[in-house]
Design a protein around this ligand. Structure first.
Ligand SMILES: N[C@@H](CCC(=O)N[C@@H](CS)C(=O)NCC(=O)O)C(=O)O
Length: 247
């Protein structure tokens, strides 16, 4: 039965290149249908061959297999003598982990956070730690989830907090009885709606409202509750001053 690989331009579509390389590795004969990407007609042409509307897709007789990993698995099963996965079960598990990890997370990261993925790819494994330190600081929810198109959302029927700021912690600690959210050794006098966290030293607050005070062994944070999210500005400033040891 004839094998046909439908793929995009090999220089743009590294997903297409994956099963192409696998097929080359087997040495079996196969035909190629190359669909130029990023042209007005690309999508319609791909749809003729691939039910997912993406390349690569593999035709084997009547069968169509799409998605680079599924194609690679199909080829591994169809040509067992080529030993495409490592024979040793542990090595095979690691190889599958690498392939699956790339598959499940990489596409969304690359699409929505090129400023994060690009420098890491450019580092080519060297200077990775330095490249990582220079990356923009952005959370996965702002960076990927809020920008992703193919996301299903289900309304939750439970209360939720991602505890993303000290103000959120204050809401969790407040038991509805005391006027402040306190942990550790704290003496509040005429103070309301404050969060004070001081597990070791004694902290006293007098006549203040809506403050966050967090005492740790090497640093103290004091800010208004409505500026608690801006702790990231402190992080940026510490980096700028080369004071990463406090992070
Ligand atoms: N996870 C898929 C990714 C496939 C994919 O995103 N292919 C891109 C080319 S690299 C594509 O077909 N883009 C065309 C489009 O979405 O219209 C795989 O491994 O096959």
């Amino acid at each position: 039965m004839a094998l046909t690989l439908v793929l995009g331009n090999k220089n743009y579509s590294s997903w297409s290149l994956r099963p192409w390389l696998v097929l080359k590795q087997t040495g079996v004969a196969f035909d190629e249908i190359v669909i130029p990407l990023y042209e007005p007609t690309s999508k319609a042409t791909i749809m003729k061959y691939s039910p997912s509307g993406t390349v690569p897709a593999l035709r084997h007789g009547e069968l169509v297999v799409w998605d680079s990993l599924a194609i690679s698995e199909y080829l591994a099963e169809s040509f067992p003598t080529f030993q495409l996965w490592p024979r040793d079960p542990d090595a095979r598990a690691v190889a599958r982990s690498v392939c699956a990890e790339l598959h499940s997370g990489f596409q969304a990261l690359r699409a929505h956070l090129p400023g994060v993925v690009g420098p890491l790819e450019a580092a080519h494994g060297r200077g990775l730690a330095a490249a990582y330190r220079r990356l923009p600081s952005i959370s996965i929810d702002h960076g990927v989830m809020e920008r992703a198109r193919d996301v299903a959302v289900v309304r939750a029927r439970f209360r939720w907090s991602d505890v993303g700021s000290w103000a959120a912690v204050a809401a969790l600690w407040a038991d509805g009885n005391g006027p402040n959210a306190l942990r550790g050794r704290v003496v509040p006098i005429d103070s309301r709606r404050c969060l004070v966290d001081s597990p070791h030293r004694l902290v006293a607050v007098i006549g203040v409202e809506d403050l966050v005070v967090v005492d740790t062994p090497d640093a103290v944070l004091v800010c208004r509750k409505d500026r608690a999210q801006d702790v990231r500005l402190v992080v940026d400033e510490l980096r700028r001053r080369g004071l990463e040891r406090y992070l």
